[in-house]
Design a protein around this ligand. Structure first.
Ligand code: S3P
Length: 176
């Protein structure tokens, strides 16, 4: 049986796009914690951050993640800050094989800034904010993930294939 696949990584790494392709490849259902938060709050993420604050968002994100424990047959894409909470890191591991999607900082920044809708980058110097957040989080992604995929030079389709191969290798090694 194919395990759940969990994608973590910084803003702009392509978790949702790669996750959707993985869902098509595997037949698993695609689930995105950001979408779960938006659905339960009936408002978008910039609005949650601006009217209720980051701490509130993190709490709803945590509850949304916890509801997925025991759910099978999913590819789970997550918000870039989900690993900040220690309990979330354990929950992610309990849900499935965890892959860290990584890329060079320049590529991540270019992709992250493109939508113009990421609340944490609405600062005077977005690149400085971005670098400082990335530096703080890299270790958390590394300690939570079963493996890391560098997608600096691969498109979403190629990344999805690489990730699936590696996830299956890891899963088989856990089983034996
Ligand atoms: C966040 C990343 C966002 C979203 C929220 C907070 C973060 O998701 O969860 O804006 O703390 O890095 P993406 O990683 O999909 O952009």
């Amino acid at each position: 049986m194919l395990p759940n696949l969990v994608l973590i990584g910084f803003m702009g790494c392509g978790k949702s796009s790669v996750g959707r392709r993985l869902a098509t490849l595997t037949g698993h259902r695609f689930v995105d914690t950001d979408e779960l938060v938006v659905r339960s709050e009936h408002r978008d993420i910039p609005e949650i951050f601006s009217t209720s604050g980051e701490a509130y968002y993190r709490e709803v994100e945590k509850q949304s993640l916890e509801r997925l424990v025991g759910v099978y047959g999913i590819v789970l894409s997550t918000g870039g800050g989900i690993v900040l909470c220690a309990a979330n890191r354990q929950t992610l591991k309990s849900i499935g094989v965890v892959a860290w999607l990584d890329a060079s900082p320049d590529i991540l920044f270019e992709r992250a800034i493109r939508s113009g809708r990421r609340p944490l980058l609405q600062t005077e110097n977005p690149r400085e904010t971005f670098d400082s957040l990335l530096q703080k989080r890299r270790e958390l992604y590394g300690s939570t993930a079963d493996f890391r995929i560098d997608c600096t030079r691969t498109d979403h389709e190629e990344t999805a294939h690489l990730l699936l191969d590696e996830a299956l290798r890891k899963y088989r090694s856990f089983e034996s």
